[in-house]
Design a protein around this ligand. Structure first.
Ligand code: GDP
Ligand code: PGA
Ligand code: MN
Length: 607
């Protein structure tokens, strides 16, 4: 740093030297006009959102319909996570391999320091003290995000516990924290007008796993810019979890209560835009069953003294896919967002100041599309980007489980893996044991979605739905999962299942109605755990007999149900070379037991 690169004046509301140094250094490098230390107060929210309205980033929605809520449209080049621009910069390349992009940390830092130099000119640098999980946790997981985006700051307030209370606790504990730098990469020269969605063609989303640091540049989109979420709570936390013997996973957490009052906790890993948020808030269609939500995206799980796997949701809000959300598919999400205090990005804006998206009831006669163009029901283009999102406080969810506020979390009874597959994968089946369940997770496959930039609908392996989020060598990650089973009493660990809501019939329609009807699958899962429901043993695992699934009142032909549950040996034999090729990528880093599992599957399929 040179002498003329001075940080702007600021009064430090903390004596934590590590935080002071971090803020000073980054400010000297990025040269913001102002530094704002976030308090998290309502007044601050009002100031921020007023400023966002003034710059045109936000449009205030009609307060009579969506109080204290805002619409934003991004630059069309900044709509989703950028996996090809995401790096794990471990000291050794092997520790990022073979599923992540890698660059040597020094080389990446040099490159990014060049990009960050002066990148906040003309802007405010917001200092966001935050904690993922509970501030009263045994070991609170702190972070400081420095960002030049007011949009990111407002969104972080919804998605994470942040502000003065967190900073004070960090100061009191002289706590370690994950330093997170974020710049949209759009400095303003004196007199230069701002744009509604500043960003940069050049994007880098970088994790330094040994240093536990995150540097992000060029994007304002959620998963790229709200650094507490995917970057910290998955990529960096997965490295911490490897070192400390716990699991940081891309999973929803739900509480299921049976008519008899029996409670079970279920975690489920599906790739982005494959149904986590919907399942987390499911409204059961079977009488007497109740679902409550604990989390919709991320689960931190550790084995407790009782030998059970305890899970907490480190987040404070929902960042949900908008299209497809409606009163039928997800009434609980609709109630949550209708209470207001939410941000909607890349949906359509209606003429009466409300929002709309594909799949929502009552299409407006006219609206403005996410691209800012006039839109009507006859338009050929979509009103909303397929990855448009609502960002809403979790505390507004009527079915939030009381245990959400317990720093110990909840003991998980079942883990579901799942993805989007048009063929091959039945509605639900049960793994034989933990190692087989790890094999199912490690070979999870799903069609790509709009949640990441790139082709949509291409089948790829997405292990444990963590492909873009494993912060270290994926072979080691599989080994870590295997070890959790080995080092603990298997009888107390959750049972593992695999689900697929997305199998299609010959006409391309979904075989299974999904959404609230998925409660029937959850019922089968908990009945299996309690040794009640019947299953047939197939080469891939235990599949429900058609009678063991509660289909009372379900509008589904026996043929469709049979097709949804079918295990077609030919289809599965076609998977074998794909799994073989996938495993070969990992070379000697793949735990041998996973090869044994593949051999077993091959043998059971008769070749
Ligand atoms: P997440 O990104 O994993 O949280 O996925 P979401 O729950 O937001 O869902 C992504 C998309 O999948 C949305 O358009 C949903 O409407 C759709 N979806 C979710 N659950 C189901 C289901 O059970 N069946 C079908 N057909 N679609 C679903
Ligand atoms: P999700 O991810 O689709 O799993 O909710 C959000 C993101 O794209 O970062
Ligand atoms: Mn989601």
């Amino acid at each position: 740093m040179t002498a003329e690169m001075q940080a702007p004046e600021t009064t430090y509301p903390t004596t934590h030297q590590g935080i002071i140094d971090f803020v000073t250094e980054v400010a000297a490098l990025t040269q913001p006009d102002r530094i704002h230390w976030c308090t998290g107060s309502d007044e601050e929210w009002t100031e921020l959102t007023d400023a966002l309205v003034a710059t045109g980033t936000f449009t205030r929605l009609n307060p009579a319909i969506k109080p204290n809520s805002f619409y934003a449209a991004s630059d069309p080049i900044d709509v989703a996570r950028v996996e090809d621009r995401t790096y794990i910069c471990s000291v050794n390349e092997r520790d990022a391999g073979p599923t992540n992009n890698w660059m040597a940390p020094d080389e990446m830092k040099k490159k990014m320091r060049g990009l960050y130099a002066g990148s906040m000119r003309g802007r405010t640098m917001y200092v966001i003290p935050f904690v993922m999980g509970h501030v009263e946790a045994e070991r609170p997981m702190f972070g400081i995000e420095l960002t030049d985006s007011a949009y990111v700051t407002a969104s972080m307030r919804v998605m994470a516990r942040m502000g003065t209370a967190v900073l004070d606790r960090m100061t009191e504990l002289d706590a370690e924290f994950v330093p997170c730098i974020h710049s949209v990469g759009h400095p303003l020269e004196p007199g230069q007008a701002d744009v509604a969605w500043p960003c940069n063609d050049t994007k880098y989303i970088v994790q330094f796993p040994e240093e536990r640091a995150i540097w992000s540049y060029g994007s304002g989109y959620g998963g790229n810019a709200l650094l507490g979420k995917k970057c910290y709570a998955l990529r960096i936390a997965s490295v911490m979890a490897r070192d400390e013997g716990w699991l940081a996973e891309h999973m929803l957490i739900l509480k299921l209560t049976s008519p008899a009052g029996t409670v079970k906790y279920i975690a489920a890993a599906f790739p982005s835009a494959c149904g986590k948020t919907n399942l987390a808030m499911l409204q059961p269609t079977i009488p007497g069953w109740k679902v409550e939500t604990l989390g919709d995206d991320i689960a931190w799980m550790r084995v407790g003294e009782d030998g059970r796997l305890w899970a907490v949701n480190p987040e404070y809000g929902f960042f949900g896919v908008a299209p497809g959300t409606n009163e039928h598919t997800n009434p609980n999400a609709m109630k949550t967002i209708n209470k207001g205090n939410s941000v909607f990005t890349n949906v359509a804006l209606t003429d009466d100041g409300d929002i709309w998206w594909e799949g929502l009831e009552n299409p407006p006669a006219s609206a403005t599309s996410w691209k800012g163009e006039p839109w009507g029901p006859q338009s050929e283009e979509l009103s909303s980007h397929p990855n448009s999102r609502y960002c809403t406080p979790i505390k507004q969810c009527d079915i939030l489980a009381a245990e959400y506020d317990d720093p110990r979390g909840v003991p998980i009874d079942a883990i579901l893996f799942g993805g989007r597959r048009k063929t091959t994968v039945p509605l639900v089946f049960e793994a034989r044991d933990w190692t087989h369940g790890t094999f199912l997770g490690a070979t999870l496959s799903s069609e790509t979605t709009a949640a990441a930039v790139g082709a949509v609908g291409v089948v790829r392996r997405d292990p444990m739905a963590m492909l873009p989020f494993i912060g270290y060598n994926a072979g080691d990650y599989f080994g870590h999962w295997i070890n959790v089973g080995k080092d603990n009493d298997a009888a107390k660990l959750p049972k593992i299942f695999y689900v697929n809501w997305f199998r299609r019939d010959d006409e391309g329609g979904f075989l299974w109605p999904g959404f609230g009807e998925n409660s029937r699958v959850l019922k089968w899962v908990v009945e299996r755990i309690d040794g009640q429901a019947a299953a047939v043993e197939t080469p891939i695992g235990h599949v429900p007999t058609p009678e063991s699934l509660d289909t009372e009142g379900l509008d589904l032909t026996p043929e469709a149900l049979a097709a949804a549950l079918a295990v077609d040996a030919d289809e599965w034999r076609a998977e074998l070379p794909q799994i073989q090729e996938w495993f070969e990528k990992f070379g000697d880093d793949l735990p041998g037991v996973l090869w044994t599992e593949l051999d077993g599957l091959r043998a059971r399929l008769g070749g």
